[in-house]
Design a protein. Sequence first.
Length: 468
Amino acid sequence: MRVSASTPTVAARRIRQRESFAASASAQEQRSRDQPERAAKRGLSALIVLFLCSLAIPWIIDIGPLRMSVYRFVLIAALLPCLVIWINGKAGRIRVADVSLLLFCLWCFVSLAIVHGLGYSLQSAGITFIETMCPFLLGRCLIRNADDFHVAARVLFVVVLLLLPFAAYESFTGHNLLLQMFATVMSSFPDYAMRPRWGLRRVQAVFEHPILFGVFCCSAFSLTHLVLGYGKSMASRWTKTGVVAAAVFLSLSSGPISAMALQGLLIFWNWLLRGIEIRWKILYGGFAGVYMTISLLSNQSVPEFYVHYFAFSQDTGWDRLFIWQYGTASVAAHPLFGIGYNDYVRPEWMEPSIDMFWLINFVRFGIPGGVLMLLAFWSVFLSLAFKRGLDDRCATYRMAHLLTMTGLFVAGWAVHFWFAPYVLFLFLLGGGVWLLDTPEGSPSHAGARPPARRPAARRRTVASSRFT
């Protein structure tokens, strides 16, 4: 019996065809499985865009006794899905900050019920929950990898970029065109024209107060420089950073500008001493030395020294010191439940506002309320600072988050966060928790770009560094 010499070739060809068909079918099946995941990711990215853009819409929507806003509607709509994701463990394990903020909202309800009565407490504590727990969970659930974090940073930058031309117009002409445009459609914040500084109007834009505009834009500074600038050219990175810096400056508020300057100095310090592992310990030692020097050699306290030499307005700087003096006295007089939304005891010539975010929770809700908010902040901050094993991209993003939180922490001693900036602060706080769930040595999500012209040895150094 004769066998054709081409028979093995034909058989091999048929085997390759079957293997190719199987591989094609497997790839098609994988694409079918991945399609819902990709659709879900597009939906999450769209929700990030919707939420961050809603923060810049100043419309006031009155529903009975409730004063609603666009971002509050977004938070309410996202609450149930975020709770399901969080409870099911799809946003990582439950952490100290989660429990702290839940207890903070509960304690606000209890303290307000004791001070103002149950009816008032139900309404006010409900809004507190929406503006505290909801944005934090939104950040926890929507930002789960480096790509999600990049999307949030990019959207925040775009919002600041779109606000900048209107801010410049308002600063130089004294006319808040953007707020007036929104007010033609629906009731919005009143135009809060303040006394000019350096011949320029303090920009309010779409927020209730110029200082809130500065806080909002300040939140984008490190994220723009380190997240959007990762792997980009120096010209691209600094151009975008300059946009954010210009917007913050136009607020002409010492709190946000000081917070931005601190972030810039820390970025420079990290770059200058990038080859020294203990660079942050050196910095801490330097700060301690400066503090001790001022305390020993100056006839002023450190806060008084800062107000005298660095505050835009010494009048407002001294106001902050008086707020601290009489605010802490109020905490001492009402340590457990605080005074709620009543006025605190102070001289008649002082304004009723408490422009100090980290103090006001102690005054309103007592020591437990203030401690719980600080615990939520520091539990995230310190956990991220000591997180090891991140790759270069995640380590850079971690640095951006820590510097942003550092700037907001410092600003919170001279500024009260309320409305959109308060919600943004908690969203960004929750938006950094994904880094804690990143396994050691795990590469960042697909789509990461390597830093431009960076040696391999340097990448290993940055990836193993700590913010300590």
